[in-house]
Design a binder for this molecule. Sequence first.
Ligand SMILES: N[C@@H](CCC(=O)N[C@@H](CS)C(=O)NCC(=O)O)C(=O)O
Length: 219
Amino acid sequence: MPEQDLVVWGETQFVSPYVFSCFVALREKGLPFRLELLSLSAGDHRKGEYPSRSITGRVPALQHGDLWLAESSAIEEYLDEVFPPPRYPRLYPEDVAQRARARQVQAWLRSDLMPLRQDRPTSSVFQGRAVSPLTSEGRAASERLIAAAEALLPQGAAWLFGTFGVADVDLAMMLQRLVASGDPVPKRLGTFAQDVWQRPSVQEWLARARSAGAPPGRP
Ligand SMILES: N[C@@H](CCC(=O)N[C@@H](CS)C(=O)NCC(=O)O)C(=O)O
């Protein structure tokens, strides 16, 4: 199916870490796509055909011809299979064990560390919103994040699995919740998070997020 048919459904505030992940994945793949924005505060995602098409009623969703697909990591796995190397850069490692590990990282980051997400919402990362000191729960979650990142990122490596991929984007996003607010992180993890942040795909998202200027939220 042609790449020109790709549509991504996102949200108007540009604070969703899941839309962010898909946006960066598509840009890194070099795939053209149209971004359709729903206002979650106005309940756009509960109106019209969106709930039945997306099935989850959440963003992001990908439209590719007749296919509608929600869940950010499912979207990314689909894109990597439909638009494979060598024509398109990989989002996931080639090696099966490393690919499984990348999926583990994504699944974990999407299902854990809630106190850190509450203390450091994505608006503090994408739009520089001020935050309070970490709560004790947030600090405990940040220690677990740092321990996991230390274990996952090989010493001296730029990326988690040899070449850049979506697991790097998602881990950097979580680490930026600390880095962007000046909370302490080990130097090499801070460097990793900042290196991901310098990528043109991420910079483009940040520019859009800043101009969207969302009020504080906690996705
Ligand atoms: N596991 C989903 C999470 C998607 C999600 O929670 N999206 C939020 C925005 S960050 C949403 O659509 N919230 C609206 C709602 O649940 O009503 C993914 O990875 O795509």
